[in-house]
Design a protein around this ligand. Structure first.
Ligand code: ADP
Length: 416
């Protein structure tokens, strides 16, 4: 056993024994009290100095050990925090070690890439991935551009990139771009649809103008007919541009902070919509009004007016002459909601078309919609307004029998 391993108490006892032995030896060899006392004092001083040195050394050691321990705890806590943050990321992150073996991955990577950390830990990338495109990309070492791949989750698309972290590690990051791709394709469809919608009236107008410019002679009746058609096409383009502007305004309002809601006097609004309906119908339909509730709603009056007018216009558009239209505002005590509805006995809609009616430019019968001045954007606007004004659009229809379009306001939106 070395002196290092002795307990402090044993060390002191041994030291005192040595001092006693030295004292005894000094007394025996010198037979002088004085010399013995001096020798004993020296031995005691040496012993005390040694003990002080040892205590200091031990204290320093324990301080150092404590410091190392606290550094380790802090380091572990920091790593845990980093792991926690990486685990919360929507992006998948996989850490690969030299030799392309998996060292760590977060839950998003497990979901995106089908990795299971418990199963694939320490496994080489060609055993982890079954998609040759991923393996080729990661083995190539050229990570200057990300690659697009199919996610392990069905129907989702990922952008996969890799970054060299240090000499021995690289990190693979997967980013779900499904939504982005969907928006891109919607935008492309939208531009294509708008171009198509504008091209048709423009072609008609250009055709007539061409004939006039080339000096073709028309009798007055034909000229009037052509000018009438040009006017119709121009007004169609105007409606389209107006609807596009309404949609764009609603969308840009979505991004801004919304205006505070106003109290909208629905009985008054519905009565004025009925008058608009009569004017639009020009006596071709019977239009009834049923305003049995005096509830007002909280919302944006201009938006609600335009949405309700769209429903009235559609009823007039898609109900043949002689048909009946009922415009109503009533309270349903069962659901405690108030309902604005436009009911017609017009052409009706097939059940399979109903879910698609609020898509931009979706029309059951394109030519009929065009003939009657429709743009295919009306119900998209209504749906948008409904969302913004906290009500719900409900569509009930039967082909050949008629339709009821309703805006349902929950009790939270109602004002007595
Ligand atoms: P449009 O400008 O073509 O009327 P909307 O978005 O307002 O566009 O309506 C989309 C389609 O829904 C219409 O083209 C029409 O086919 C159908 N539709 C809307 N309202 C009615 C209704 N009251 N009766 C029958 N079909 C309707």
């Amino acid at each position: 056993m070395s002196a290092k391993n002795l307990s402090p108490r044993l060390f002191c006892i041994l030291g005192l024994i040595i001092v006693v032995v030295i004292t005894a030896l000094l007394y025996v060899t010198t037979a002088s009290y004085e010399k013995t006392l001096i020798g004993t004092c020296i031995a005691l001083v040496v012993l005390i100095c040694y003990i002080i040195f040892k205590i200091g050394d031990g204290w320093m050691n324990s301080m150092e050990a404590e410091q190392i321990k606290s550094d380790q705890t802090r380091f572990t806590a920091r790593i845990d925090r980093y792991r926690l943050s990486l685990s919360a990321l929507p992006e998948g992150v996989v850490l690969f070690r030299q030799g392309h073996t998996v060292e760590w991955c977060n839950p998003a990577a497990e979901k995106h890439l089908g990795i299971k950390l418990t199963t694939h830990l320490g496994m080489a990338l060609n055993l982890v991935f079954d998609n040759p495109k991923i393996i080729e990309y990661l083995e190539s070492g050229d990570y200057s551009k990300p690659i697009e791949i199919k996610s392990h989750e069905p129907g989702r698309i990922l952008l996969l990139s890799a970054v060299v972290a240090d000499k021995t590690h690289f990190i693979v990051v997967s980013h779900d771009i499904t939504e982005q791709r969907r928006i891109d394709s919607m935008r492309k469809d939208f531009v294509a649809n708008v171009s198509h919608e504008l091209r048709t009236p423009l072609t008609v107008i250009m055709g007539f103008l061409d004939m006039i410019v080339r000096g073709k002679e028309f009798d007055e009746k034909t000229l009037r007919e052509h000018l009438g058609l040009m006017q119709q096409e121009t007004s169609r383009m105007q409606s389209l541009v107006n609807d596009l502007l309404s949609l764009s305004r609603l969308e840009s309002k979505d991004e801004q902070e919304s205006d505070p809601p106003e109290v909208v006097n629905m009985p008054k609004l519905v009565a004025s919509l009925a008058e608009d309906g009569v004017a639009l119908s020009r006596g071709r339909h019977t239009i009834d009004t049923d305003i049995s509730s005096d509830k007002a709603v909280l919302g944006q009056v201009d938006e609600l007016r335009s949405a309700c007018l769209n429903l009235v216009t559609n009823a007039v558009r898609y109900t043949p002459e002689g048909g009946k239209i009922q415009i109503a505002w009533r309270f349903d005590p069962q659901t405690e909601s108030a309902i604005f509805s436009v009911k017609d006995n017009g052409i009706g809609i097939d059940a399979e078309d109903i879910p698609r009616l609020t898509e931009r430019f979706y029309r059951v019968d394109k030519s009929r919609s065009r003939e009657t001045g429709g743009t295919g954007l009306g119900l998209a606007i209504v749906k948008h307004v409904a969302i913004r004004n906290h009500c719900r659009l409900d569509i009930q229809s039967e082909l050949g029998k008629g339709s009821t379009f309703s805006l349902i306001f929950p009790k939270e939106s109602l004002v007595d």
